[in-house]
Write a protein that binds this ligand. Structure first.
Ligand SMILES: C[S@@+](CC[C@H](N)C(=O)[O-])C[C@H]1O[C@@H](n2cnc3c(N)ncnc32)[C@H](O)[C@@H]1O
Length: 311
């Protein structure tokens, strides 16, 4: 399968790794359980008869529900978004809606030109969303134009990310098209639960496959705040129980990163005979755009890979 990116442009997105993971995961999957779904790129990149996607983040699941409904009519959705972009005076490079002096501005502000052009409109958009947080159209626009395509709320519950140096470009349209194909042609169920509660609430069969992509204990991102040694141990206990029940699963994680080592993971691997596959890392240094040499990313399964490589 080719790489398909989710229109949530999620931090820790697995879309680049899916071709590698697909060569290891089982050939036949009835229901694919995407236990830590995030942007959903893992589900989008795997072939299965059904998909059950879960995440503890309420907004992430709301965004999936919203996109799945909206993208039943992609043209209607795009037109609505383009009207909002116009209303807020934002740029839209997908439609070549850029100011006349764009080339000049781009030259002058090499790394911040979109942020400079969109700041005023973005702040108005953010205020409007914060006064009516039920408006998902505005939340999705904030995600597209916001810093690192993230969603973040302060303690008072207000969306508080600054403008990003991005706009509505061709990649957004392509991601939305791929997502609409995925969501319109598959049976998908969404849940918003802690991973353990989620698994306990599901009826899992032998030909299903569970994919776990939790926050990584030794890396940093916004959602890592929800993760600590206890949740890490709780996850491995659950994987042991599932293994005893004969349920097939795969886990993504990193063993070492920036001089740190995940000792809990390391010990758990050494206590079991699971199958550990090295994965070419996704971790790019934002400082110099190089892949971090010391990041050991792995995919662990409780069954051997059965796919034969094509000659
Ligand atoms: C590495 S990201 C998943 C990325 C995803 N595979 C993708 O391609 O976009 C980890 C996710 O775990 C979620 N998460 C954190 N703690 C959780 C918990 N206790 N139960 C379920 N999900 C959790 C976070 O909200 C985050 O979306």
């Amino acid at each position: 399968m080719r790489k398909v990116r989710s229109p949530l442009f999620y931090v820790g997105d697995k879309y680049k790794l899916m071709p590698q993971l697909n060569k290891i995961m089982p050939d036949y999957i009835d229901t694919f359980f995407d236990v830590f779904t995030g942007g959903g790129s893992a589900s989008m990149g795997v072939k299965a008869n059904k998909y059950v996607m879960n995440d503890i983040d309420y907004n992430v699941i709301q965004l999936h529900k919203y996109l799945m409904t909206q993208l039943k009519s992609p043209t209607y959705f795009l037109n609505k978004m383009y009207q909002l972009i116009k209303y807020y005076g934002l740029t839209c490079s997908a439609e070549n809606e850029l100011p006349e002096n764009f080339t000049e501005i781009k030259k002058t502000y090499k790394k911040t030109y979109y942020a400079r052009l969109n700041k005023i409109g973005y702040l108005k958009l953010r205020n409007d969303f914060n006064s009516n947080q039920d408006n998902m159209d505005l939340l999705y626009l904030l995600l597209v134009f916001g810093f690192n395509h993230m969603t973040r709320f302060n303690r008072a519950g207000k969306f508080n990310l600054p403008v990003g140096n991005v706009d509505w470009n061709k990649n957004v349209n392509e991601a939305l098209t791929n997502y609409s194909k995925f969501s319109n042609s598959n049976q998908i169920i969404l849940h918003n639960l802690d991973f353990e509660q989620f698994i306990l609430s599901q009826r899992i069969k032998k030909d299903d496959f569970l994919y776990f992509d939790p926050p990584y204990l030794i890396t940093f991102s916004e959602y890592n705040k929800l993760w600590d040694n206890n949740t890490e141990k709780r996850l491995y206990n659950l994987l042991d129980t599932l293994n005893d029940r004969g349920i097939r699963w795969g886990l993504s994680n990193v063993l070492t990163h920036k001089g740190k080592k995940n000792n809990i993971l390391w010990e758990w691997i050494h206590e079991h005979n699971f199958y550990v596959y090295p994965i070419k890392s996704n971790y790019i240094s934002h400082f110099d755009n190089t892949v971090k040499e010391d990041t050991k990313e792995v995919f662990i399964m409780n069954i051997p890979k059965t796919r034969r490589e094509l000659p």
